[in-house]
Design a protein around this ligand. Structure first.
Ligand SMILES: *Cc1c(COP(=O)(O)O)cnc(C)c1O
Length: 469
């Protein structure tokens, strides 16, 4: 089809002419979307001509329209390869869900489900009750005395607990535990938002039992301990154990609230990982309420879990703020399926991606690196040298901040004394692949930590490397 007449000066084809030529693409993108892309490209071409550029040919125009339509049709929330070395990367979505959790989410999304419907009585049910007994079971709480509730994330859990128990009153926290978590979660700020007055005790490095005891007044609502999840105070330090703080609180008729942050449900040392506190330990030590995240070491969906004393949980559930912070059916479905996996610890590392990735032996990662070095080197050609190197990664999301995970990486180096710009270009190149690859620049090299590249994804990773040229 000839869209340009020969006897008049060349001009751009009309919207209709272009749409006709694009025929099949209407099926893919929809008429409205494709028309918008045609108009946008025509406008860009006119703008270009005004700026002195030549009139684009029809083929160039059609190509640009197709690219624009494809780009517009692509989801903004995109899959990436997380080769940063940080397993629970907050900016990359934290925990990858297990297959059973994914299946449960899909089922809950697709069909009506008994979210708040009691199938025995036919009356109204309680969405928290889908999870509470199971959580008490796998988190090691006493099922009779223990109850639980689920909200949007752990920040919401802390906010809700403080708002319910300490609004208009005082909450006592050690100065060494006034943490800030990435993404603007700060204990003093949350406290203020919850209408509680923060009473700081001790010093940054040392807090004693008598500091807590002396801080309690008639206005005190609770004592709080916060797991210092993303830093460590080392050297001349002293902190007071949960059991001691609980005893001080209980002697005065007050509850102890513990924000555990990550809160794994199992002893990670079984998989060669450093130990992280569990809700069971906090509850056994006397904590009345424990809060933790669903998508950190637990390996589930984004959620905040509050587990503890039945009467306090009941109070929390009556707070109108709970209604505003509650989670939806897909989250609960994924959470339930994730918690079920903990019933079979022997197969947990196989089924729970978070644990599987964290527990992956360094030799296995080294083997991945050895397999991928040749194709990555081939894709980069003479622009860079690719070597297999040992490196250290992190668990991430504040869990075990000072612990490092021994891993292996492809270390990409570029020639020249000041490689900064070339490395930035390399980084951008990997990020612009169909499934963007997220690595990191450190020590004058570009690093791809292969801990999170599982065997099933290796072929997909390699297949797209041609796009780097
Ligand atoms: C991560 C963390 C939070 C925030 O949890 P989110 O689930 O990200 O809202 C709060 N407190 C501690 C100690 C944490 O580690």
């Amino acid at each position: 089809m000839n869209l340009q007449t020969t006897d008049k000066p060349p001009r751009l084809p009309s919207v209709d002419q272009l749409l006709q030529t694009l025929g099949d693409e209407i099926e893919i993108h929809g008429r409205a979307q494709l028309t918008a892309c045609v108009r946008a490209e025509l406008a860009a071409a006119r703008e270009g001509v005004r700026g002195g550029l030549p009139l684009p040919g029809v083929d160039a125009l059609l190509g640009a329209i197709r690219r624009r339509a494809r780009e517009a049709g692509r989801a903004r929330l995109r899959e990436v390869f997380n080769l940063t070395g940080t397993v629970l990367h907050t900016n990359l979505g934290r925990a990858q869900l297990s297959e059973t959790a994914i299946a449960a989410m899909v089922d809950a999304a697709r069909a009506p489900c008994a979210l708040e419907y009691d199938l025995d009585s036919g009356g109204r049910g309680d969405r928290d009750e889908l999870i509470a007994p199971l959580l008490a079971e796998v988190a090691g709480g006493d099922a009779l005395e223990c109850s639980a509730t689920v909200v949007n994330n752990n920040a919401a859990a802390v906010l809700l607990a403080l708002d319910t128990l300490a609004r208009g009153k005082e909450a006592v926290v050690s100065r060494g535990e006034l943490v800030e978590i990435g993404g603007a979660f700060r204990v003093p700020d949350i406290m203020r938002r919850a209408g509680a007055r923060l009473v700081e005790v001790g010093t940054t490095n040392r807090t004693h039992a008598h500091d807590y005891a002396e801080a309690v007044t008639g206005r005190t609502a609770l004592l709080m301990k916060v797991h210092t999840s993303n830093y460590a105070v080392v050297g001349f330090t002293k902190s007071v154990g949960e059991d001691e703080v609980a005893a001080i609180a209980h002697a005065r008729g007050l509850p102890l609230l513990v924000d555990l942050g990550s809160g794994t449900l199992t002893d990670l040392s079984r998989w060669g990982l450093p130990k992280e506190p569990t809700p069971a330990e906090s509850l056994a030590a006397g904590a009345d309420l424990v809060t933790f995240s669903g998508d950190k070491l637990l390996g589930g969906p984004q959620a905040g879990l509050i587990i503890g004393r039945r009467d306090l949980i009941a109070k929390i559930k009556k707070n109108p703020l709970k209604r505003a912070l509650r989670v939806g059916k897909t989250t609960l479905a994924a959470l339930e399926a994730t918690l079920r996996l903990y019933r079979d610890p022997d197969r947990l590392a196989e089924r729970l991606p978070t644990l599987r990735l964290l527990a992956r032996p360094a030799e296995q990662i080294a083997a991945v690196a050895a397999r991928l070095q040749p194709p990555v080197q081939a894709a980069l050609g003479s622009r860079a040298t690719v070597a297999v190197r040992p490196c250290t990664g992190q668990i991430g999301s504040g869990a075990l901040p000072v612990e490092q995970l021994a891993s292996f990486a492809l270390c990409v180096q570029v020639p020249g004394k000041r490689p900064g710009r070339a490395l930035a270009a390399l980084d951008a190149g990997f990020r612009s692949l169909p499934v963007p690859v997220i690595g990191r620049i450190a020590n004058d090299a570009y690093w791809l930590d292969l801990r999170c590249l599982e065997p099933a994804d290796e072929a997909r990773f390699v297949a797209q490397l041609g796009g780097l040229r």
